[in-house]
Design a protein around this ligand. Structure first.
Ligand SMILES: C[S@@+](CC[C@H](N)C(=O)[O-])C[C@H]1O[C@@H](n2cnc3c(N)ncnc32)[C@H](O)[C@@H]1O
Length: 262
């Protein structure tokens, strides 16, 4: 008998709201017989996995990696070689701060077939959810996605002068632990302390929290907020459009009194 060939779909689960999954992602989930998923994949998305499929959690958090990356790679290889239709489900987009490309390279190196299904990254999901565009004529000519966390908690060795461009929106992923240092370096490199800034926790989910403040107040306000889930920062003049685009913002905490926003 011919052995069934396995395949791995690297699928973006989006930022949490299951309505933000692509149709392709939904079809891949419905046809999967094994789903290997990360910590940030929401319960509502996991509920879309068919009852007969094997669900395997390999959840990681910045300081806590219960399943080492090498073991995840080996697990995917084993499942695909056993002929399984495997969905590797990652929060947001698998190719944005998601190590999807590393997994893809490993699978391809082992001769396995893969397919990538993009997801809505946290920047896009949160931007829409809080009603703040990442670019806007006259306010931002570009946008940069930045990781606020380096390998093995190493030093943040960034191009601070380049990052402090007032015409660019900065979207900072995984930045909560280092937000003090990030803000200090941006201000020292010339970004105005009064630049508008927003922190979004659990964006696009019922637990979403929005904190609207200025760059200089961001570290203390974010600490005081005691966010319980993933946090994304949006820094730049576009953040001053919060509340002006007709998007519901009744879950927002406003801390705007200390400076005129730029
Ligand atoms: C390892 S990165 C994964 C990013 C993911 N691949 C993506 O495209 O969104 C995890 C970080 O994404 C951000 N993040 C993901 N989902 C989020 C959400 N629903 N709300 C706020 N931030 C989120 C947080 O900064 C979190 O620390």
């Amino acid at each position: 008998m011919l052995k069934k060939t396995g395949k791995v779909w690297l699928v973006g689960a989006g930022p949490g709201d299951p309505g933000l999954l692509t149709i392709k992602a939904l079809r891949a989930l419905e046809n999967a017989d094994a789903v290997v998923y990360d910590r940030l994949v929401s319960r509502e998305v996991l509920e879309l996995v068919p009852a007969g499929a094997t669900l395997i959690s390999v959840g990681k958090s910045p300081a806590n990696h219960p399943v080492p990356q090498e073991d995840i790679n080996q697990l995917l290889i084993r499942l695909a070689r056993a002929g399984r239709q495997v969905v590797r489900l990652k929060g947001g987009d698998p190719f944005i701060f998601g190590r999807g490309s590393e997994e893809a390279m490993e699978l391809v190196a082992h001769g396995l077939e893969i397919e990538v299904i993009p997801g809505i990254t946290a920047a896009q999901g949160c931007s829409a959810s809080v009603g703040v565009p990442l670019t806007h004529r006259g306010l931002a000519t570009g946008v940069r996605y930045l990781t606020g966390h380096c390998r093995q908690d190493g030093e943040l060795d960034f191009d601070w002068d380049g990052l402090s461009d007032p015409d660019t929106t900065l979207v900072i992923y995984m930045g909560l632990a280092n937000i003090d240092e990030i803000v200090t370096r941006l201000i020292a490199s010339g970004l105005q302390a009064s630049t508008a800034a927003i922190a979004i926790s659990c964006g696009t989910t019922p637990k979403e929290q929005q904190l609207v403040t200025t760059l200089q107040s961001l570290p203390s306000a974010a600490k005081a907020a005691e966010f319980a889930g993933p946090v994304l920062f949006i820094v730049g003049r576009v953040a001053s459009l919060h509340g002006k685009l007709g998007v519901r913002v009744d879950n927002a905490v406003m801390e705007l009194s200390d400076a005129a926003l730029v």
